[in-house]
Design a protein around this ligand. Structure first.
Ligand code: ADP
Ligand code: GN1
Ligand code: MG
Length: 368
């Protein structure tokens, strides 16, 4: 195994000696490895992307606080949550001589799903994210620092997109005018949720903010959600973001980077399954403005993510990890297709949210 990674691993309080450490998962941001030791223990080692997360100590304070809070709530639940493994001198992360930052987690033996193969799996993902929201209820929001400022401020994302168009550092703007027009013509979406929050008409909660389907682990053997991971962006936000990004990623019949757009469709059956799971967990606490904008949250997250992919393509692929030329443009195009389909189905999407909101609010009243 890589000597440097072996040395890094030995800087943490692990059981046994490392025997392997291989790239793992399909995240776009951090470098993730699955490490195993001679005592049979498994760990997830991550080299933190400090170009994106500029204040790593503050980021790690957030994660230490959130994981401790969740683990305290989960005692006796039979579920294993994400835990930070401390370094030899009791820190939450290791800062190496070459300026890199590493952290170590327990390996949770469950799977990450990109495209759900059944509505049941999508339901479990919705339930997992809804449950995460419940677990964080009461977490002191003002103790969290903003790991990426204005992460879901879509209007700010729009401004950055327009700035990228003006700068055009790679000369790519002329090749993607149809995609650019798609986003420019939908500027009206950008302020809707942030305005509701600012006016006090929608509650600000502690949210995950990156609820891509592969950030909730599923225990296939027990047919349950296992744990929510990738806590880098836990910050104050709207619950419609957490609902929405799961739909953006999991209700797509194709891959996020599929080049054959005929394979990319919005799948209403998956939408319904996720909504049912999510609502079973959160419906009783929702404000009317959250119910009314939940489906729009899915459309907005897809619009925003597509605009971010296109911005990154124009800026020369500096943010999202790419594996081929034009990768971010391919990703932007799938999001455009998904937004278009969601726009045509928004009334049905709203109906489904309302149905499960009422059903789960009533069932709680009956239980009370
Ligand atoms: P990124 O920010 O790059 O997306 P993640 O924290 O999501 O990084 O990790 C990337 C992938 O690694 C996840 O999608 C998941 O498949 C896997 N993974 C991360 N942490 C764990 C863990 N503690 N146990 C099991 N798998 C994990
Ligand atoms: C990134 O970290 P990962 O791969 O789970 C990104 C999300 C995007 C997603 C698109 C911190 O998620 O915001 O929606 O890619 N995370 C960050 O696939 O920017
Ligand atoms: Mg991830």
């Amino acid at each position: 195994m890589d000597e440097k990674l072996a040395k890094v691993l030995k800087g943490f309080r692990i059981e046994g000696s490392p025997v392997s450490c291989d790239r793992y998962g399909r995240g776009h941001i951090n470098d993730t490895y699955l490490a195993r030791t001679d005592s049979g223990a498994g760990y997830i080692l991550q080299r933190i992307n400090h170009r994106i997360f500029k204040d790593v100590p503050a980021l790690m304070r957030n994660i230490a606080g959130v994981t401790a809070y969740i683990n305290a709530k989960l005692t006796d639940s039979g579920k294993e949550a994400l835990k930070l493994i401390p370094t030899a001198d009791g820190q939450n992360y290791l800062h190496t001589d070459d300026g890199e930052y590493y952290r170590l987690y327990n390996f949770i033996n469950a799977v990450s799903i990109d495209i759900p193969s059944s509505p049941r799996l999508m339901y479990l993902c919705g339930k997992g994210y809804g449950n995460f929201q419940k677990l964080l209820d009461g977490y002191p929001a003002d103790s969290l620092s903003e790991s990426i400022p204005r992460f879901h401020d879509t209007n700010d994302r729009f401004k950055k997109f327009v700035a990228a168009l003006k700068a055009d550092p790679m000369g790519r703007v002329k090749e993607v005018s149809a995609e650019i027009d798609f986003f420019l013509s939908r500027k009206g979406y950008c302020k809707k949720i942030t305005s509701l929050i600012a006016s006090g008409d929608m509650p600000l909660r502690v949210t995950h903010n990156d609820t891509k389907l592969n950030n909730v682990l599923i225990d296939l053997g027990r047919d349950e959600f296992a744990a929510v991971i990738d806590l880098d962006t836990v910050m104050p936000g709207s619950i419609v973001y957490d609902f929405g990004d799961g739909i953006r990623s999991g209700a797509n019949t194709g891959a996020e980077d599929e080049r054959d757009l005929s394979l990319v469709n919005f799948n209403m059956e998956m939408y319904k399954a996720y909504t049912r799971g999510f609502m079973e967990e959160v419906a009783p606490v929702l404000a009317p403005s959250e119910i009314e904008n939940m489906a729009f949250g899915a459309l907005l997250m897809t619009f925003e993510c597509g605009m971010r992919f296109l911005t990154d393509h124009i800026e020369g692929d500096k943010y999202f990890r790419i594996h081929r030329e034009g990768h971010n443009l391919d990703r932007a195009r799938t999001q455009i297709k998904m937004v278009t389909e969601m726009e045509n189905k928004i009334n049905d999407m709203n109906e489904i949210v309302r149905y499960y909101a009422v059903e789960n609010q009533n069932s709680r009243i009956h239980q009370d």
